[in-house]
Design a protein around this ligand. Structure first.
Ligand code: ADP
Length: 274
């Protein structure tokens, strides 16, 4: 999955092949089969993460999902995180800030949404909206959003210093693929609820969003919190790619099953006699 990592200055969104499948050779059905098998491993790793937290050695993982509308964030949550025990997931969606949130620093609501120890936190959009939509729609002066890149890097450095493993995923589809997916949402009454007129407004602003995403990759892909750029025209690819990234993140933690904090033999005897 190293092929997906955004190296600042060396990753050009203008050249991205959104239909590509970097690091994966195989068909859709191969990917679906692999996802099932890897899901079991992911499930076990998350359980170890949780077990360690219960035993006092608490750490967490934060998966940041950012991407164009209809890029498939929801599908990642259902199909990748859906393979993990739901008790182990802390899902946090970030929509338009509430009137209360607007009265605070932009990271205020982010602090409150951080995952609990032993959990995989999923940011469904994130603090990066504050250098994306805020920049493109000119919601704050330029000096403000410019300062946020540094603030975000510092914030994430602190989180990593506290033992959190951060995986940031930027999801892209072609404009043609996006049009098809949005049209489907309009034509299928069961999907109308997923559509928002803002989606077309944002689509019309894509060149500006692309610049904002490019700046984000160049300025906030750090050693402790790297960005991974995921081509998402093929949903089966993006799902296996994110599953592998999460597995790799959990594996860096060298998790083992915590030993019993009681006398095992004595408890077996006590239970048998009871
Ligand atoms: P989604 O499109 O992810 O399914 P919503 O329909 O709730 O979810 O849309 C979330 C909207 O909130 C997006 O248009 C996004 O740009 C906007 N948003 C998120 N964070 C901010 C922010 N900090 N400032 C302004 N708008 C934001």
């Amino acid at each position: 999955m190293h092929a997906l990592r955004a190296i600042p200055g060396a990753c050009s969104l203008a050249d991205l092949d959104t239909a590509g499948t970097p690091g994966f050779v195989g068909s859709k059905s191969d990917a679906l089969r692999l996802l099932q098998a890897r899901g079991k491993h992911l499930h076990t790793l998350q359980e170890k993460l949780y077990a360690n937290a219960v035993s006092g050695n608490g750490r967490s993982v934060l998966l940041v999902l950012q991407g164009m509308d209809a890029a498939g964030k929801g599908g990642i949550i259902r199909h990748v995180l859906g393979m993990v025990n739901p008790e182990g997931i802390d899902h946090a969606p970030f929509g338009v800030p509430s009137s209360e949130e607007r009265l605070h620093h932009f990271l205020w609501r982010v602090h409150k949404a951080l995952p609990r120890l032993g959990h995989i936190g999923v940011f469904d959009r994130s603090h990066y909206e504050d250098v994306l939509v805020a920049r493109v729609r000119k919601l704050v002066p330029e000096a403000v959003w410019q300062g946020r890149y540094h603030e975000i890097n510092e914030f994430e450095r602190q989180l990593a210093g506290q033992g959190m493993v951060i995986v940031k995923v930027a999801m892209f589809i072609s404009l043609q693929e996006q049009k098809q997916r949005l049209l489907q949402r309009l034509r299928d009454p069961h999907k109308n609820w997923k559509y928002s007129p803002r989606d077309v407004d944002d689509r019309l602003q894509w060149p500006h969003y692309r610049d904002a995403y490019q700046a984000l990759l160049d300025r906030t892909s750090t050693e402790v919190a790297p960005w991974y750029v995921i081509p998402c025209d093929h949903k089966w690819y993006s799902r296996i790619a994110v599953a592998e990234l999460l597995i790799a993140a959990l594996e860096t933690m060298d998790l083992t099953w915590p030993p019993a904090q009681y006398d095992l033999q004595k408890e077996i005897t006590r239970l048998q006699r009871s």
